[in-house]
Design a protein around this ligand. Structure first.
Ligand code: ATP
Ligand code: MG
Length: 342
């Protein structure tokens, strides 16, 4: 984290979110959740959100969405987020997000949105049939962040472009209204696994919304399933190199090494100097054991927390009240700057 982030006068504050759009997976854990816990434990004020309004930009079955929101909250807590230290809540309970998003819809330009790779990937060839919400997604995401004047946003590599757009919205708002009101947020994209790839295709990121369950390791997979998915993960016939440059043009091999490095909290070079020369038939079982050792305690704690849904709802409700206390004055001031009679 750089000290200059956000510009002068903004207190460091972390915000990030995850969509309750299905199975929380290893990419979400290494690229996002694990980093959230580290930031919380560094003592920075941290606000983490289950972004349910983002999830419905593509169809979600209502009962599944409700369950996924609670399961995601359980995943946050099981991974080490403390709902007393951090603020944990679901987005739809704090109306300021959507209110500020409207203002940002009037700041952001159509051309900015059309350039977003997530829009292009998710809408695919049939953009005319995608929801307006999917198109406007980055504007709501900017509102999620800026409703708290957040200065730092830990995310995976895939969200970098949306963070740049958030900065563009803040800069344009500040410029158009002649204020220095919104901070220029810093993305925090760090670690060995900022972009975990699909186990079936080294050119695609691991995603909740991938139709192939074999493409990802879900946080709720049992030990046998994790071992089987890693054993079947696509690789090439060569042995592991002993230096990182030997992974050039070997995306699947690189992915497995990155995952090993992130899970074992070592650099890629350290992993390769130990494991270089091994065949995948030897390396994959080691990776599976490591993944099970790190994920099993989290998934069993998630299952335990899911037995008391009322307690999860209470935590989200309390988190929402604390979030609203920060966001409401910021929204009020925004309306005032824009010229709304209050
Ligand atoms: P969806 O497919 O529904 O978009 P997702 O798997 O991309 O789901 P999100 O909820 O969109 O998950 O993202 C939550 C966080 O996880 C973000 O910070 C994102 O950057 C991070 N993330 C998602 N996929 C990966 C990945 N494969 N590697 C590292 N980080 C990831
Ligand atoms: Mg995503």
């Amino acid at each position: 984290m750089t000290d200059a982030a956000g510009g002068a006068g903004f207190t460091p504050r972390v915000f990030s979110g995850i969509q309750p759009s299905g199975n929380l997976h290893l990419g979400n854990y290494l690229g996002a959740l694990k980093r959230f816990v580290e930031m919380q434990n560094n003592g920075i004020e941290s606000i983490y959100c289950m972004v349910d309004l983002h999830a419905i930009t593509v169809w979600q079955d209502p009962a599944d969405l409700r369950n996924a929101t609670r399961e995601l909250a359980a995943g946050f807590i099981a991974a080490g987020l403390d709902p007393e230290k951090s603020i944990l809540f679901n987005q739809s309970q704090v109306a300021e997000h959507t209110q500020l998003a409207w203002i940002f819809n009037c700041v952001a330009r159509m051309g900015w949105m059309q350039r977003m790779t997530q829009w292009k990937d998710k809408a695919g060839k049939n953009q005319q049939n995608a929801s307006l919400g999917l198109f406007a997604y980055p504007s709501l995401m900017a509102a999620d962040i800026l409703a708290y004047h957040a200065t730092h946003v830990p995310v995976g590599e895939d969200q970098k472009q949306h963070l740049e757009l958030t900065r563009d919205i803040a800069i344009k708002f500040n410029h158009d209204y002649g204020v220095d009101f919104f901070p220029i947020t810093e993305p925090v994209i760090e670690g060995a696994a900022t972009r975990v790839m699909s186990l079936r295709d080294g050119s695609k990121k691991m995603s909740k919304s991938d139709t192939s369950d074999a493409s990802r390791i879900n946080m709720t997979d049992d030990a046998d399933t994790i071992a089987r998915k890693i054993r079947k993960a696509k690789t090439d016939p060569d042995a592991l190199p002993s230096e990182a440059k030997g992974l050039d043009d070997r995306p699947e091999a690189r992915n497995l090494v990155n995952i090993y490095a992130a899970l074992s909290e070592q650099g890629v070079d350290a992993v390769l100097s130990d494991q270089g020369g091994k065949q995948f038939s030897e390396f994959k079982p080691m990776l599976a054991d490591l993944a099970v050792a790190k994920l099993a305690p989290i998934s069993s704690e998630m299952a335990r927390l899911m037995q008391d849904k009322a307690e999860i709802d209470r935590i989200l409700h309390n988190g929402a009240a604390r979030a609203r206390a920060i966001a409401a004055p910021i929204l009020d001031r925004t309306y005032d700057i824009v010229g709304m009679v209050r």
